[in-house]
Design a protein around this ligand. Sequence first.
Ligand SMILES: Cc1cc2nc3c(=O)[nH]c(=O)nc-3n(C[C@H](O)[C@H](O)[C@H](O)COP(=O)(O)OP(=O)(O)OC[C@H]3O[C@@H](n4cnc5c(N)ncnc54)[C@H](O)[C@@H]3O)c2cc1C
Length: 502
Amino acid sequence: MPAPLRHGARRWTNYHGTASANLADLVELINSTADGARAALREVAGDVLALMQQAREVGIQIRPLGSGWSPSPICIVDHGWLIETRRVNRCFQLVAGDVAPGIDVSTLMLVQAGATIDEVNDSAEELGLSLTTGGASNGQTLAGAAATGTHGSVLTAGGIQDHIRALQVVTPSGIFWVEPSQAVMAPDFVADTGSIILRDDDVFAACLVAVGAMGFVTALVIECEPIYMVRNIQKRARLTRGHITQLARGGFRDFSREMALDEDPYFVQVILNPFDPFDKDALLRMLYRRAFDPSIPPPPRPLAGAGYDALTLIGKAMAGFDLFRADILQLAMRAGYAVQRDIDDPEAVATWGHTTEPHNPIANLFNGSVTLARDDLDRAFDPMIEAFISGGGGTVVTLRFMKRAAGLLAPARFADNVVIDFDGPRSDVSHRSYRAVITRLDAMGIRFTRHWGKTNDLDAARVAQDYGDEYQRFRAAQRRLMPDPGDLAVFGSDCLVHLGLI
Ligand SMILES: Cc1cc2nc3c(=O)[nH]c(=O)nc-3n(C[C@H](O)[C@H](O)[C@H](O)COP(=O)(O)OP(=O)(O)OC[C@H]3O[C@@H](n4cnc5c(N)ncnc54)[C@H](O)[C@@H]3O)c2cc1C
């Protein structure tokens, strides 16, 4: 197998153009072409181990890189080695002999860390499987998306990391196969991948949303479900304040009956015009589960969500206007949902994989979000919108709903969560408005968390406060995985130290 490519020292900037670093080296992992999954995992992990050991020896920090999609600086490292994983992207079917006794292999899949969500979706469909949930776009790597707790708006699911059943993790001291205390994979499978078994519930839970602070993930076993389809309804609608109360109470069926179909929705996303949330149209996206029907062809283009970038461009244009902002944004929202798929659109049924969209950046975006207990949405809504507007506002405000997600550091830590995205053009105004929201929630004594991958203004004290006992358990699990402080130091980028994660 060819050695990793060393591209040398350079300045590197993330996908969003929001964070950059002077790298000592940009290293590109090259994938194994070995026939079997076991050999492929062993070879790649061996390369990563050699890099980790070299880094430790010369006292340099490394940072694993997924797609570099996180706007926050969690995927950069100044004067260190950035290690690209995108070529390490094979997906494998598992067979009964690979797993521990009693484990149902039929819905499991083995995925290398650098596979994008799009690639995972494609491979899953070939095996007759589907992911249960995921984010709005599909260009993130599986390991990178899990590392930040990436989520969508499936009402009965947590985040993307909830699919993970086991991980191969490399530290400078070795290659580990991390599982919960109950075995998932067969011992000979683990040995053939060159890994040492580490069965520990908290180490596993820490690795699920690790923000890159629990070693270098090289492969993951994920649990999918038998392939299904979703009916996609995407439309403009006028909401009342009562609908916010209804959503806060989990009245999704009633909401759906009024807005779309008289059945339990699988997914509900609401995009609001914060300048006039109830006298201007909102954009709704509701998905409903359907049995897989192989006779339904894939849609020519994915059944995509709102064009956030288009909205953001308009947001930039309207930043200078005080008057008519609600109307200008409304025009942009109409353009963003130019294609409506209402209840009479028979063609809006597709597999899960065809409902997420690729992404081509056309605008400089600001992304910030808060996650709170869904119950708190009712009392938080008006003060939050008022605070957002008082800072100047951004563009749209999006409500997404999800269950508690797996992982000690999962931002969705309440039994039922609402995630509120405050999007806008990348400007001081958007950032100031987001800060105003945070300040208002704190003043009201409402508990909330923030997305690791988005602009979040977090620091170590706040992370420890937000995650409490789970934060302490994360740090203890980290010491069990990397008892030698020299191993941990290899992962100690400025950003992770600032967050108190190293
Ligand atoms: C267009 C767009 C749409 C988005 N939509 C959503 C959404 O709908 N919902 C949502 O929740 N978020 C969303 N996000 C945020 C995005 O999902 C997260 O920032 C995600 O973490 C990015 O994945 P990545 O592969 O680019 O990881 P990166 O940004 O490259 O890395 C994220 C973290 O993971 C670590 N990491 C990466 N690979 C590994 C590895 N192999 N081993 C150990 N650590 C690793 C990195 O060091 C870093 O700390 C969106 C972002 C964009 C740009």
